[in-house]
Design a protein around this ligand. Structure first.
Ligand SMILES: [Zn+2]
Ligand SMILES: [Zn+2]
Length: 429
């Protein structure tokens, strides 16, 4: 447990400071205190629940979940989650120590537990043996939870060492769809998870149908706001497909990224294959490749797409396709980014380029850096793939974004720099 006096001091400061007199730095300092206090309290909760679990082991009348739910006036499932965490903590001593000290949050314990559970039983000890070193580096380098999860995935892949086949088998077994009616809005909601192999074809089907309804006639119920319309049309595309009203079946699509030197001089390529953010074992890619469309793109040394071919049915036709490049600049002739442009952005970016954002590029929307309303063209150089959240913010706060030669960004609000990023090429490392 971190120094109690220090903790109480922070808590007192947190509760006694009037937010209205704080500047941004003072608020940031208080938020850091708040996060620490929260982490320590989370660690305390886990310790208390562990004690309940011990007591329950010797006294059958004690039910930790029920006691937690009753004491905290939370639903039973929240009590169950706390009890689960406590049980997980007993088998992860290093994480438990870090939680007690407030150095890591409970998310880390959850991610750790998930990673262990995803490995086949005879391989779990191998990951467990890394607990101390991973926890130490996560604390020392102040990892975010996403960074920690990435690292766990990487280690698990290394430990399993079967080209991802075991993981894919588990993912196939882990598929499921849940449907419910939201009490407040009365809307029917769907949530589903699919293994990446199935997802490849599903994503493609939805993308194809979305493209079709996008260019079709818009019914009156389609929102006028372009962002809301995207959601609406996606729902429409999915409904069409389920109702058997969808268009022709498309093939899975892979983007083949070729660097400029390779293209011009035919040197050996360090080719990467993009499957829309899904991790698919190479064998599966090879199997799909027989019926896939390939989209060849050439990037320059800054990672900018300078030439792109139309999709072709065979890997061998990739260079023929590049001989007749598609248009990536539409000027003022269309407002919405074309499918070609969206493919180009997928080749250039892995994620939403706003600092700290982890949304994959396949979940982004094309934003006009120079606003369309202000005469900005729908040219590739003027487009930026922003996730829904940052796209909304960009418009609401009228971000002025400067895109540099390597496509690193400077983002200004009312003339003041609020954020800047490195080049997106670094996202691929
Ligand atoms: Zn926009
Ligand atoms: Zn974002």
């Amino acid at each position: 447990m971190s120094d109690v006096r220090d903790l109480l001091h922070r808590l007192a400061r947190l509760l006694s400071t009037t937010p209205t007199v704080c500047d941004a730095d003072a608020v940031a300092a208080l938020l850091a205190d708040l996060a620490l206090v929260r982490r320590v309290l989370e660690g305390r909760e886990i310790a208390l629940m562990s004690r309940l679990a011990e007591l329950a082991d010797v006294d059958d009348s004690i039910d930790p979940e029920r006691i937690n739910a009753a004491a905290t006036a939370r639903p039973a499932r929240a009590g169950a989650a706390s009890a689960r965490r406590a049980r997980a903590a007993t088998s992860s001593p290093e994480l438990r120590r870090a939680l007690d000290a407030g150095s890591l949050s409970g998310d880390f314990l959850d991610a750790w537990q998930t990673a262990i559970g995803l490995l086949p039983e005879h391989r779990r000890a191998e990951l467990a043996s890394l607990e101390a070193s991973l926890v130490a580096v996560a604390i020392a380098e102040r990892w975010t939870i996403d960074r920690f999860r990435d690292r766990l995935r990487h280690e698990s892949r290394r430990i399993e060492d079967d080209g991802g086949q075991g993981r894919l088998d588990r993912q196939r077994r882990g598929a499921g769809v849940r449907a419910w009616t939201d009490r407040q809005s009365g809307m029917w909601c769907l949530s589903g998870r699919f293994d990446p192999e199935t997802a490849l074809s599903l994503q493609q089907r939805v993308a194809d149908e979305l493209e079709r309804v996008f260019h079709g006639e818009r019914p009156a119920s389609c929102p006028a706001d372009p962002l809301l319309a995207q959601d609406w049309l996606r729902a429409r595309a999915l409904a069409n497909l389920i109702n058997g009203l969808g268009g022709a079946v498309g093939d899975p699509e892979m983007i083949i990224v070729i660097d400029q030197r390779t293209y011009e001089r035919g040197e050996h390529a360090s080719t990467r294959v993009d499957c829309g953010g899904l991790e698919v074992p190479l064998d599966v890619i090879r199997a799909i490749a027989g019926r896939a469309r390939f989209v060849p793109v050439v990037i320059d040394r800054h990672g900018t797409v300078i030439r792109q071919g139309a999709p072709v049915g065979s890997y061998r036709s990739v260079f023929d396709s590049l001989a007749h490049p598609v248009a990536l600049d539409h000027g003022r002739t269309r407002r919405v980014a074309s499918r070609h442009q969206r493919r180009a952005m997928r080749a250039m970016y892995r994620r939403c380029p706003v600092p700290g954002c982890e949304r994959h590029v396949s979940l982004t929307e094309a934003h006009h850096v120079q606003y369309w309303e202000l005469g900005g063209p729908t040219d590739l150089a003027n487009l930026l793939p922003l996730c829904r959240h940052h796209h909304d913010r960009a418009h609401a706060e009228r971000w002025q974004i400067e895109v540099h030669l390597d496509r690193s960004l400077t983002i200004r609000r009312r003339g003041r720099v609020t954020m800047s990023t490195g080049p997106p090429a670094a996202q691929w490392v």
